[in-house]
Design a protein around this ligand. Structure first.
Ligand code: ARG
Length: 287
């Protein structure tokens, strides 16, 4: 028997197989997707986009979720809102309450009320935001704590509003690299129950205080390579066992396997041209 051929399973994976939890998400078909303005460094309006390709790639993400048993709900896309496909920014839903989004840039402003109307129709209590925030793009719960990004989009004042709305601890994390302008581009929740190994992140995307906070709370986190972060590999969605990731994030995929997760690669290259990946297209509905 050669030990070398044995699959390497990291001790942090634990001895039992990981359990996927039932998840419910909201998505928006990219029927009107294009890049017609530039609000992040990924966007190049002069380069034509292929909406048909974006739709086909988005469909593979949708189909992957369905195959994994993740319940998917849909919001109707609106003409003139090409970024509406990035549903994560439409709000933040926890304990049956939706905290509405208020976008930093005028180009996306109308998405806030559109998503809020959907939440209301769906029977959720809506906490209408007074402060600028881009929903789950910047707010990610781990255990009982909500990690909240700031620096490019969501305002620190929204963190206080968020904490009051949900009566939870909110830990601010300052983003410093414009390529990683939303928290979900640089920080991924692998196991929402929490624990020292429950997240993955790109250390360089955070200021020193943020890095220190992350090291302290998650000493066994997966640290992403720059190459994987640069294809928005961290912009992934996990049910606690299955992790849907960018297929080009190969090192990240192997690290996940070693930790006992099951990665599922999808290619969203066309949607990456708007600056978004798997997680951006996904808003979790936590009832
Ligand atoms: N073009 C969009 C923007 O810049 C992309 C949003 C990506 N969403 C996310 N959750 N990171 O606002």
């Amino acid at each position: 028997m050669t030990l070398i051929d044995e699959p390497t399973v990291d001790a942090r994976a634990g001895s039992r197989p990981r359990l996927g939890r039932a998840r419910r998400v909201l998505m928006c078909r990219p029927e009107h997707f294009t890049v017609s303005y530039r609000i992040n460094p990924w966007m190049h309006p002069a380069v034509p986009t292929d909406t048909g390709l974006a739709l086909r790639q988005w469909q593979t993400l949708y189909d992957t979720y369905v195959r994994l048993g993740i319940a998917v709900e849909l919001i109707d896309p609106l003409p003139g809102l090409p970024d509406m496909v990035y549903a994560a920014n439409g709000g933040f839903v926890l304990d049956g309450t939706a905290y509405s989004a208020r976008f930093r840039f005028d180009e996306r402003a109308a998405e806030g009320p559109a998503y809020a109307a959907w939440f209301e129709q769906r029977g959720l209590r809506v906490a209408h935001a007074r402060h600028v925030n881009e929903g789950e793009g910047d707010f990610l719960p781990v255990g009982d704590t909500i990690f909240a990004g700031t620096g490019f989009r969501s305002a620190p004042s929204s963190h206080r509003e968020l904490s009051r709305s949900f009566d939870r601890e909110v830990v601010p994390l300052r983003l410093v690299d414009p390529n990683y302008y939303h928290l979900d581009t640089a920080f991924a929740v692998l196991d929402s129950d929490g624990g020292p190994a429950s997240v993955a992140y790109l250390p360089d995307a955070f200021d020193q205080a943020g890095r220190r906070e992350l090291e302290r709370r998650f000493p066994d986190a997966v640290l992403a390579t720059r190459e994987d972060a640069a294809v928005l590999g961290l912009n992934c969605f996990s049910d606690g066992r299955n992790v849907v990731i960018a297929s080009r994030a190969t090192t990240f995929g192997r690290d996940l396997e070693r930790r006992g997760y099951v990665p599922h690669g999808v290619d969203l290259s066309e949607l990456l041209r708007g600056g978004g990946g798997v997680k951006c297209c996904t808003l979790e509905l936590r009832f």
